[in-house]
Write a protein of this length. Structure first.
Length: 135
């Protein structure tokens, strides 16, 4: 029975976390850019729920090759993240709170940077093992 902490599973989880953080960053940036839009409702992605869904077996699907010369791809999961309109307070103009959006942006940036740093360390560890194994 394969370990849940294998390199491939860890790598996939970090990849998904980075994808979700990127998508969430785009939504938060969109919320901030629509700060002056009348009646705009902020959009959000639940990071933990999206990561749980992305790592689940039921959300995997295969890409279809439209040309036989295309490279075969593995299973991809978690690329479609469900966003929802946030329940915020009406400020007389719209439902966007700049303080809350900036806080979410900083929190998301930390998640992205942590996942990226862990991924880079895993890759460096693998490179070191390969380098040392050749001696």
């Amino acid at each position: 029975m394969p370990s849940k902490l294998s390199f491939a599973n860890t790598f996939r989880a970090l990849e998904r976390a980075i994808d979700i953080a990127h998508k969430r960053h785009v939504l938060i940036a969109g919320n901030i850019s629509n700060l002056e839009t009348p009646g705009y409702r902020a959009k959000e992605i639940d990071f933990r729920a999206a990561l749980d869904k992305a790592l689940g077996h039921d959300s995997e699907f295969r890409l279809r090759r439209s040309d036989p010369r295309h490279i075969e791809s593995g299973a991809i999961s978690g690329r479609d993240f469900e966003s929802f309109e946030e329940q915020g307070e009406w400020n007389g103009y719209n439902w966007v709170n700049i303080d809350r959006e900036m806080t979410k942006l900083i929190e998301n940036n930390l998640r992205y940077r942590a996942a990226t740093e862990i991924l880079l360390r895993k890759i460096n560890l693998l490179k070191e093992v390969i380098r040392e194994g050749g001696r």
